[in-house]
Design a binder for this molecule. Structure first.
Ligand SMILES: Cc1cc2nc3c(=O)[nH]c(=O)nc-3n(C[C@H](O)[C@H](O)[C@H](O)COP(=O)(O)OP(=O)(O)OC[C@H]3O[C@@H](n4cnc5c(N)ncnc54)[C@H](O)[C@@H]3O)c2cc1C
Length: 454
């Protein structure tokens, strides 16, 4: 590992001992790995040098952004190298003529969003964790609330500079809007969780910033009615930016945690809808939305015109995971089902909850069927927790698969969801993916241990 001092120009950016715990884990926190080296490259050349060295010596490498993932995908293994890209955090270009930006992968999402919005532009992907890096967002194909209208991170990546496992540097994609030129290597990398290459530059698509954004809280007597209303809202052609759902019992946890109050406490469930666009478009769509919601059985329709009320509502919605964690350890699940199956799926979750005695808190992105579940540990000891969690997760995933659902909508697979993914993916698909992995990383050094591709 001493060779790393010849590759990384400043010795303070190489750590061979005393690696802090936070680099050996992620936000999931349940898993902790080991590593022989932690390096902080500042250029593509340094990343390339590290990869060449690792490849020649068959050393495992774990790329890392901000380590906020929720599936154990930055947990290193054995005597490998942690390649922390957080110092490659420069915005290189904002090109207002092509509405693109060229940035390094370590730029924080929140900083990038603020920067482009100051220029009247907009980068829509909006996962809940804003102190995450764009490189990490691309590697997990992060989604977030605005996916209903704007799509996910994949839809905003025009091109990437990559360092391959053997240290070669290539560019995939470009600033061009269209691309029917050969296989899309770019799309292979997006969502690949650091298993195929290291992203060292990102060409991103920008759009004009919407003039206005308006949210509304819509209480319903029960979740079923609320989720059915989601389809009516989508069909009403109001072009919603976000459609979130939460049951009353879950919102109560958020209220207790924040000390804030949600309207209409007699509701069984809430849908929160955001609209954005031109002023006139938003007002018109808000009226259509109200009509659609009332017709679908809403108890009320509360527009959040007042910025403070809107901020409080989103604060309660945004704190739900932390509210659960304040009470107990939990395992986050982010599976996705076809949008018309969400209520059916949650009904089954509650049956499993009742049968097993394990609390399961469900909320999420109703507009795209992405259900976030917190499987709550309670006072189980380690052995019981591992056992009950595996059993209940298996049941919940199997039901989601029977509805046509998928293992992950936006967090990725990592180590935590690996067994459930492997139980669902077809052997033929897996064989193709493993062949691609071997073609791009012949020695299987990039995040091999966390992946289903080994
Ligand atoms: C509170 C909270 C709320 C969240 N809400 C949402 C949500 O609403 N929607 C959503 O989609 N997600 C959500 N997430 C997940 C979030 O999208 C991810 O945590 C984030 O995208 C990861 O970014 P990161 O910089 O922390 O990457 P890391 O956690 O450091 O890495 C994630 C993966 O990317 C790889 N990687 C990182 N950088 C590179 C690179 N430059 N080249 C190659 N591989 C790389 C890593 O090896 C790892 O496999 C949430 C997370 C938290 C903690």
């Amino acid at each position: 590992m001493q060779e790393l001092y010849n590759i990384i120009s400043d010795p303070s950016r190489v750590k061979l001992d005393g690696i802090e715990d936070k680099y050996l884990s992620d936000t999931l926190g349940r898993l902790k790995g080991t590593a022989a080296a932690l390096v902080f490259p500042v250029s593509t050349e340094e990343v390339s040098g590290v990869m060449r060295f690792a490849h020649e010596n068959g050393i495992p490498v774990t790329p890392r952004g901000a380590g906020t993932n929720l599936v154990g995908s930055t947990v290193p293994h054995g005597n490998g190298i942690i390649l922390d890209l957080s110092l490659m955090n420069h915005v290189l270009e904002i090109d207002e003529n092509t509405l693109t930006a060229v940035i390094e992968p370590g730029v924080f999402l929140q900083d990038f969003q603020r920067l482009v919005e100051e220029r009247g532009l907009f980068y829509p992907p909006d996962p809940g964790e804003k102190a995450s890096t764009i490189g990490g967002n691309i590697s997990t194909n992060a989604g977030g609330m605005r996916a209903v209208k704007y799509g996910v991170t994949r839809d905003y990546v025009r091109g990437l500079e990559l360092v391959l496992a053997d240290g070669k540097v290539i560019t995939v994609g470009s600033k061009n809007v269209k691309d029917a030129s050969g296989l899309s290597l770019k799309n292979l990398i997006i969502g690949s969780e650091g298993t195929l290459a290291v992203i060292t530059k990102c060409i991103l698509k920008l759009i004009p910033k919407p003039e206005r954004s308006l949210s509304a809280v819509i209480p319903f007597p029960d979740l079923n009615t609320g989720i059915s209303a989601v389809l009516s809202i989508i069909r009403a052609n109001v072009n919603p930016t976000a459609i979130e759902f939460a049951e009353r019992s879950v919102i109560s946890l958020g209220e207790d945690f924040t000390g804030l109050k949600f309207p209409c406490p007699e509701a069984g469930a809430y849908i929160i809808v955001t609209l954005d666009g031109r002023e006139s478009e938003v007002s018109g769509n808000a009226e259509l939305l109200r009509e659609a919601a009332v017709k679908a059985g809403a108890l009320d329709f509360i527009t959040l015109d007042d910025p403070e009320t809107a901020a409080n509502i989103w604060k309660v919605r945004g704190c739900l995971v932390k509210a659960v964690e304040a009470v107990s350890e939990q395992e986050p699940v982010d599976l996705v089902v076809p949008i018309d199956k969400t209520a059916d799926f949650i009904r089954r979750v509650h049956e499993v909850e009742e049968k097993s005695g394990m609390q399961m808190v469900a909320f999420g992105h109703a507009g795209d069927g992405n259900v976030h579940l917190c499987m709550v540990r309670g006072n189980r000891d380690d052995q019981q927790w591992e056992h009950d969690l595996r059993q209940n997760m298996t049941e919940v995933y199997n039901y989601a698969y029977s509805l046509g659902g998928l293992t992950s909508g936006e967090h990725g697979i990592g180590v935590a969801k690996r067994p459930y993914y492997l139980s669902s993916v077809s052997p033929d698909n897996l064989a193709v993916m493993r062949a691609i992995k071997s073609a791009m990383d012949d020695k299987h050094i990039l995040n091999d241990h966390i992946s289903y591709l080994e």
